[in-house]
Design a protein around this ligand. Sequence first.
Ligand SMILES: [Zn+2]
Length: 169
Amino acid sequence: MNRRQLLKIGVGLLFTTATMSLASRIATAGQEGMSNQTRKMEKLIMSDDEWREKLTPEQFYILREEGTERPFSSALNDEKRDGTYHCAACEQALFLSNMKFDSGTGWPSFFESIDGAFETKTDFKLIYPRKEYHCSRCGGHHGHIFKDGPPPTGKRWCNNGVALKFIPA
Ligand SMILES: [Zn+2]
């Protein structure tokens, strides 16, 4: 084997290695994309009748008819344990206990929500427009976002307690 042939093999090997590592990088990226997708729960679509069977009348009124519970009526106002707040309708995780704060408003309040848990829209039921948010999985109405929350976000997710299910850590 002469020098020229050796060089050829060397370059060939280098090229193969480079291609392989690129291929494995693409494969890894693909896997990451997939695990992100599988982590997000599939949408849950049910008819009003099916929801009526699954939910209590009060839950139905709030989650499906965009109602609001009376202030200071939820036991979750005083919930201080570590854990996760889930959607009472579809179980999707919405808030962590370390995102909760005592707003004194009479509704469970959070300054942040779990990424991707909600979708928002503007409602004009009162004179001023309010940003209303819905569970991204089942579309259930949970509450409104206000701009008077504490740092670091300055936001207040004002949530109906009836729409939440708390699971202690
Ligand atoms: Zn939900």
